[in-house]
Design a protein around this ligand. Structure first.
Ligand SMILES: [Zn+2]
Length: 62
């Protein structure tokens, strides 16, 4: 019988800088990278799958 040994748990890496993530800030390695990731989201750097959405902001103009 094949002995199925579970693969060793890979420690997640920080998606920002690629270093080993810190449990306190996972999946990031530090709070800084966490903020960087958050900033990317806010700036829309991440490609969002699906059709482009046109956001209408009625109060966006001064
Ligand atoms: Zn990092």
């Amino acid at each position: 019988m094949p002995s199925d040994t579970p693969p060793p748990k890979k420690r997640p890496r920080c998606p920002i800088c690629g270093q080993a993530s810190d449990p306190a800030h996972r999946p990031f390695c530090s709070d800084r990278c966490k903020q960087v990731d958050l900033g990317r989201w806010l700036k829309g750097d991440y490609a969002i799958p699906g059709p482009p959405l046109e956001e209408e902001d009625p109060e966006g103009q001064p």
